[in-house]
Ligand binder design. Structure first.
Ligand SMILES: Cc1ncc(COP(=O)(O)O)c(C=O)c1O
Length: 393
């Protein structure tokens, strides 16, 4: 770069490179790798949803939409949330269609934070949470959760990290990477704590449809939560629509109004074809959601049983599509484990430290992967772990 140029923005250029990305750049260069690494459904978007977008394109619907998003879609989202969780949002001014949950997260942070404001982030957490806080000028404060607590954040722990600068709690349940979920009673305690401290709650519920043992509790439906909650959700995971880039935000109108202002100067709107597809997904996609959840459920048992048999202790994740086993029994750090597994046996997993505190000693294995591939991956992982035991012995 030319030496007379001024420096790039500090907050941006000092962001760490995603631990996942770095690893997968290496895996992508290799042959015959089985990847349990990507957090993306291996299903195609159901055909009728793709068709809705195709028809829409044929009709020449290639324009911007309202900044808020298509009103039909906002209405459908509002009635979906009402039916499913009994929580009510006005489609006119309390629902905003975004470019995935990713944009919703960014807007939420930019709307809430003044420079130096702190956000409590239970960890291990989704890789984008802390960087989004930082980019909005805030300070992310990791709140470590542990396998012993089933990776559920407690009020006592949140309390310990709260200061006069704390502005919000960022919840992501069901969790990427741990698969942890939060029962209604535990959420009620967190809401009570947030109310006592005057905090906002940003709740990323992108995996709400992917729970296996219990139904999901929407944070906004907990008593006292709605007025302080920004609810984020989208279509990427439940409907296998990662590439469409469409999601939504629901919050009280005063908050949505500010978020919409930012959105209208930056994104303008989510792609119209994706909004049409999302509308079809909500109206008629339920059978496929149930079918995909059933398949993830089978894979979950297979991978968790397999990992435990290999000697990698793994709790049964209640949601999302990730197993988060401990690799401590091998004596390796999670980075070494992941790297050696990749080079020795060509299985890609993500080291737990990519997700922050509490991740050391763990790896994330996505089971959004075909059963046959999970089978092969488990066989290879067993070979790898056995080879370590032989060397240690
Ligand atoms: C917890 C979580 N939130 C948000 C996202 C991004 O969602 P979207 O595709 O809607 O931007 C992901 C993707 O992996 C995720 O795991």
């Amino acid at each position: 770069m030319a030496t007379d140029l001024k420096t790039l923005a500090r907050a941006a250029s000092e962001l760490p490179v995603s631990g996942i990305r770095r690893f997968f750049d290496v895996a992508a260069q290799m042959q015959d790798v089985i990847s349990l690494g990507v957090g993306e459904p291996d299903f195609f978007t159901p055909w009728h949803i793709r068709e809705a977008a195709i028809y829409s394109l044929e009709r020449g619907q290639t324009t911007y939409t309202s900044n808020h998003g298509l009103i039909e879609l906002r209405r459908e989202i509002a009635s979906h949330l009402q039916e499913r969780y009994g929580v009510s949002y006005a489609p006119e001014d309390e629902v905003l269609i975004t470019v995935g949950v990713s944009e919703g997260l960014d807007l939420a942070m930019r709307t809430l934070l003044d420079p130096g404001d702190e956000v409590l982030v239970p960890e291990p957490s989704y890789v984008s949470y802390k960087p989004c806080v930082t980019l909005a000028g805030g300070v992310p404060v990791g709140v470590e959760t542990t396998a012993a607590e089933r990776f559920r954040v407690t009020v006592a722990n949140l309390e310990k990290h709260t200061t006069p600068r704390t502005k919000a709690i960022l919840l992501g349940y069901p969790s990427n990477p741990t698969g942890a979920t939060m029962p209604a009673a535990a959420l009620a305690e967190i809401v009570e704590f947030a109310a006592r401290r005057g905090l906002y709650i940003v709740s990323d519920e992108i995996y709400d449809r992917l729970t296996y043992d219990e139904v999901h509790t929407c944070v906004a439906s907990v008593k006292g939560a709605r007025a302080r909650t920004i609810l984020l959700n989208g279509f990427s995971k439940a409907y296998a629509m990662t590439g469409w880039r469409v999601g939504y935000v629901c919050a009280p109108r005063e908050i949505v109004s500010v978020m919409t202002r930012i959105h209208s100067y930056t994104m303008l709107c989510a792609p119209i074809l994706s909004q049409k597809a999302a509308l079809e997904a909500l109206r008629s996609g339920e059978p496929e959601v149930l079918e995909m959840v059933a398949q993830y459920g089978q894979r979950r048992r297979l991978i968790v049983d397999g990992l435990n048999e290999i000697g990698l202790k793994c709790h049964m994740p209640a949601g999302a599509f990730y197993a988060f086993p401990s690799i401590e029994s091998t004596g390796l750090s999670c980075e070494d484990f992941a790297e050696r597994l990749l080079f020795q046996e060509r299985v890609a997993v993500v080291p737990g430290t990519a997700f922050g505190a509490g991740g050391q000693g763990h790896i994330r294995c996505s089971y959004a992967t075909a059963i046959e591939k999970i089978d092969i991956a488990l066989t290879r992982m067993k070979k790898f772990v056995d080879s370590l035991a032989v060397k240690v012995g």
